[in-house]
Design a protein around this ligand. Structure first.
Ligand code: FMN
Length: 144
């Protein structure tokens, strides 16, 4: 399982169990069309490869999300490397969102990632406790 999916599961669980929110988990690779009107809040997550946020996430950011509380996060090996977090966040989160000026997120974050090669884990700087803490922050913002 990818780190973004793993994080999405954690976030959904916390929003449901601790904040009583109804949550749909959507994999943009599988879901072709989605009725966005039914959602008040949205957490959009993506991995990063070759310096880029995944194309499906970029495409999704083109949607009209006016009136919704939107949060955005990335999973990136660089974001979890000591000393690189700020640069990774600026590059993969802030620079990406700057291309979608209509989106005014309530919160953004960059988490570490994991690189596997032929089933062997080569890099793992995931921090699921950090994901949990962020989900708590989102829960408060979404229920305010
Ligand atoms: C082919 C490849 C290219 C990658 N390029 C980058 C990169 O440019 N910057 C970065 O921070 N992490 C990079 N990574 C690490 C990914 O960000 C990491 O695997 C992350 O967990 C991806 O999210 P996912 O697990 O949800 O797919 C790369 C990983 C792979 C396999």
């Amino acid at each position: 399982m990818g780190v973004t999916r793993e994080s999405a599961l954690i976030i959904a669980e916390i929003l449901r169990c601790k904040f009583g929110l109804e949550v749909d988990l959507v994999d943009l690779k599988e879901q072709k069309s989605l009725d966005l009107a039914q959602y008040q809040n949205m957490v959009i997550g993506s991995g990063v490869r070759a310096g880029k946020v995944y194309g499906k996430a970029l495409k999704f950011l083109e949607n009209d999300l006016t009136g919704k509380k939107v949060a955005f996060f990335v999973s990136s090996a660089w974001a979890g490397t000591p000393g690189s977090y700020e640069t990774a966040k600026a590059r993969f989160v802030e620079k990406t969102l700057a291309k979608y000026p209509k989106i005014n997120p309530v919160s953004t974050e960059a988490f570490g990632g994991r690189i596997k090669y032929i089933r062997k884990t080569m890099v793992d700087n995931t921090d699921l406790a950090k994901v949990e803490a962020w989900a708590e922050e989102l829960g408060k913002k979404f229920t305010q």
